[in-house]
Design a protein around this ligand. Structure first.
Ligand SMILES: *Cc1c(COP(=O)(O)O)cnc(C)c1O
Length: 366
């Protein structure tokens, strides 16, 4: 059998492992921070109709600039008063992962460096390496928080071309203040990417970095429809930045990267924003319930602005992960010693998780 070693693979990809959150078919799946609620039937009907409308013209390439979708995304963001986002500031792709890849290709590339603050989203370094960008693992405080002075010092030390700040941070859950984003922007000569995949779940009083965009052309905010909008399967993410950043990513994007059905589905979803986002409050309640209940079990949850909770205090996290899976509950071992991450699902799913966790914690270690 041919192995990777037999192929003329890029040297810098040898020994790397691909992103691989387990996809296991078990009753309770709380491992990838998806929205547990199905797309409502009324929205499904609108999506099917929208796809039916574009289907006869699938012989033609889609709108390369996906202008109608960018307009709809700007309208969605402008529900927050005072932002004044224009469609020219918005650019969409197949998930925010593709957005981040385009940014790394446009502003990174071989010989350049990206800095992130670990633990954070595991795809940031993988996407960087794929684009030939050297990755620097910056550090967080022991509490997983970011400290402004420490962030600024690390940016000055490494002088990166691209800085990633994930807020709310995956896998730890907490958002940072805008003062930290402002200071990080001032400290870097490079592009500052604020990954706001979970922004819709942030606790009250946590403002988005979108408010900082005016006058900061090197600031990019990335967002996704995969989480709050319950649309992970559709693959739609987007960035918001100065229109010049949108010009820059067009130098590296594949032509017609966003298919006509994808654009149609995303627009149908945005036309039903209220229905789709109606689950956000319920998910936030379940998140807060997880924080309260795992603390009551003597464990140590990290404060969360997202639809998941990281909790510590486990002797053998991987063993607990495996035994929860044996009970039909799949959560995530993110590789942080003594910690596991669980997504906030429906009330029944969270009950199943908490019940299984109680049993696992009282069982003798295997
Ligand atoms: C889930 C997630 C994304 C979303 O990726 P998509 O490609 O849009 O599905 C982006 N960033 C972070 C930090 C995430 O956790």
């Amino acid at each position: 059998m041919t192995s990777l070693d037999d192929l003329p693979l890029r040297d810098d990809l040898r020994g790397q492992t691909p992103y691989g959150a387990p996809q296991v078919d078990v009753p309770v799946q709380l491992n990838t921070n998806e929205n547990s609620y199905d797309v409502p039937q009324a929205v499904v009907a609108a999506m099917v109709q929208a796809v039916a409308q574009v289907a006869p013209r699938l012989n033609r390439y889609p709108d390369r600039d996906h202008l109608a979708l960018r307009r709809a995304l700007a309208d969605y963001l402008n529900r927050t008063p005072g932002l004044g986002i224009t469609p020219q500031q918005v650019w969409a792709a197949n998930g925010s992962n593709e957005i981040l890849q385009q940014l790394l290709q446009a502003f990174g590339g071989p010989g350049r460096t990206a800095l992130g603050f670990t633990p954070s989203y595991s795809m940031h370094p993988l996407l960087a390496r794929g684009a030939g960008v050297a990755w620097v693992d910056g550090a967080r405080e022991a509490s997983f928080d970011l400290d402004t002075r420490n962030v600024v010092a690390q940016i000055r030390e490494h002088d990166p071309d691209i800085v990633f700040i994930c807020s709310p941070n995956n896998p730890t859950g907490t958002a940072v203040g805008l003062d930290l984003i402002e200071a990080a922007y001032e400290a870097t000569r490079g592009i500052l990417i604020v990954d706001e995949a979970y922004e819709e779940f942030a606790r009250r009083g946590t403002p988005s970095a979108l408010t900082l965009l005016p006058g900061r052309p090197r600031l990019v905010v990335s967002r996704t429809m995969s989480k709050a909008f319950a649309l992970a399967g559709a693959r739609v993410g987007y960035l918001v930045a100065d229109p010049a950043v949108v010009d820059a990513v067009q130098l590296v994007r594949l032509p017609y990267h966003l298919s006509a059905p994808t654009q149609a589905v995303a627009q149908a979803a945005l036309a039903h924003t209220d229905e789709l986002l109606s689950t956000v409050e319920a998910l936030k309640q379940q998140r807060d319930r997880i924080v309260t209940e795992v603390a009551a079990l003597g464990l140590a949850p990290v404060p969360s602005d997202a639809n998941f909770v990281l909790f510590g205090g486990l002797d053998d996290a991987h063993d607990v992960w495996q035994r929860l899976l044996d009970h039909g509950v799949l959560i995530r071992d993110v590789g942080i010693a003594h910690h596991l991450r669980v997504s906030a699902g429906t009330p029944d799913e969270v009950t199943a998780f908490l019940d299984a966790l109680r049993v696992v914690l009282t069982e003798r270690p295997s």
